[in-house]
Write a protein that binds this ligand. Sequence first.
Ligand SMILES: [Zn+2]
Length: 461
Amino acid sequence: VGAVLLVLVAACSRPPAPHPPVAVAASTVTTPAPVDPERVLAFTLARSLSDQVGPRLAGSPGDARAVAWALREMKRLGLTDVHAEPVAVPVWERGAESCEIVEPAARRLVATALGWSVPTPPEGITAEVIEVASLEEGARLTRDVAGGKIVFYNIPMAPFRDGRDYGRVVPVRSKGPVLAEKAGALAVLVRSVGTDHARRAHTGSMGRDSAKIPTAAISVPDAESLHRLLVAGPVRVRLSLETRTRPDAESANVVGEVRGTRDPGRLVLAGAHLDAWDLGTGSVDDGAGVGLVLAAAHAFTRSPPARTVRVVLFAAEENSGAGGKAYVKAHEPELGRHVAAIEMDAGTGRVYEARVRGGAGAAGAFAALRGPLAALGVEIGTEPAGGGADTGLLRAAGVPAIDLRQDATAYFDVHHTVDDLPEALDPAGLDQATRALEAVLGFAAREEVDLGRLPLDAAAK
Ligand SMILES: [Zn+2]
């Protein structure tokens, strides 16, 4: 019995299996040693943010707890000049929600409102459903077809290591409702923008300026059964959402530094977003990124580089991007002293590629990282870095961008769902990603490294 129990305990406490290693030349990679999750700082930090703070949509009580958590942890980890910079954030709340098929046979659907959706009337909206398979088809909807109906967008998403299908499918959240509203629809259901086949709905912002008709995502299995029913005949659905928009609230970007030794006025920015959707605990999105940038910065406290490493935990990435905008506004006079910015917001997987985007000499300078990164199984990509959502205005102001591309094959299984929980974190992936982040930050924080400047983007001002 004892042996069986031991095996059970071991099975339960074992971390999730890491994704398969990236295929690179065998001679450059040593097999990674097994990782003790409790010794992976990025993992224990992401878990702590999940457990002690949990859901933290901008302007919610959880968001305020997250700011307090970040200030406390930065100080505990030995960062200096730790402070909160106020950010006014718009506030949207989910409230109760339900969705069910009423004809041909009653059954519940797993559904969740998209961020910024307006509510339904208290009695809900009950209407016939029509299905469209693309935004192009949505653009051809007419009042004869869609007027008084619920429009159902059924666009599947496939998993890829680089997560590229997200960019293809995600416009359905913002544009889909606008097209349906134009054609006189009463409400919109979208197949979840996710790669799993579990019964969970993926939320996400439809944008504050999107349509003013109630919009919800339904789980992939529910989307597939709705599709089968619609092939067979008419289907009526009832949708009830009690969403609310509140006046703006105060949140904060939380900032801390490892001060440079010889050239502290120049700085490398490492960012992640502190807010998270309300359904799960924001463990992979973006607790993982928060853990990564804090863990990498902590590593530099023992032996600070020449330039300053500044960690910024941005407010309100999910609901508005208000944190990224506020940072650039507050730091405008010193944007010229930002030598590079990197944002971690792609979950818990191993890093497989690093990219840079800077001035003419950036790619050449970046090649110096080839050896250290190869030892971690990371290649240097030939495409320019795309950068993150919160650092877009930094790029527009000329700050070079560095990307560490993480394996996102499993990322969109739990992204923006009730299952974005600590169980979805991969300690081995976070351990490797921390090392890759330390390598690129340490490189950019060297006194002699010059990644140049990006052309100023006047349109972004
Ligand atoms: Zn995110």
